[in-house]
Design a protein. Sequence first.
Length: 245
Amino acid sequence: MKTIYNYRTMWLGAALACALSLPAHAGLIANGGFEAGFSSWTRANQLGSEGTFALQTGTLSPVNGFAVPAPPGGITAAMTDAGGPGSHVLYQDFVVPNSIVGAYLVNFALFINNNNGAGAFFTPASLDFATPALNQQARVDIIKTTANPFSVAAADILQNLYQTAPGNPLISGYNNSLVDVTALLLANQGQTLRLRFAEVDNVAPFNLGVDNVDINQAVPEPSTWIMTLGALLGVGLLRRRSAAK
């Protein structure tokens, strides 16, 4: 007796493969490529600072004209630059979904240019440039929206995503980072949190470049799913031919 193959199963698998090949849903961060300027972002500078986060295009820093890499996504990135010392923050508030399913990752690309003649980063637990202590560092955090934008208090920082350290290369990037924030978002469903990029320098000029920022649900690569489903469909076709003989 010949077995009648269920074509509906084949079409369902093919439809699923097509769906998985579509781009993932929008992330939690708006204008993460800075192609719309600083829309959706807030900039803050410590009182008395020189410089700020500015828009970077091309291969020169916005103020000093240092040689820097071109933005890795689109034509624009955000970058600190100044003629003197300062402390600068760039942040965006985002709402955690009410129902977290699967893993969530923060993605960002950073360029670090520490023009420190002493050849080092200095990382006291502070973003204050106006102190006798040497302070030359960059960091990325998720913090409470009620916190001072420059706070590094343990009670205010929900998760540190990146921080320079003594011994790091003085120049690096743009380098992509992916950081798992699933546990943090699970603990704060429905709440508003703040993603912060910070840079402080009182030793020498410092460029912190930021681009390609987002918070997305982690999903398997579409090509992996399609290959798997294709193999399963192939097995089904072979079984059908074998049963038809």
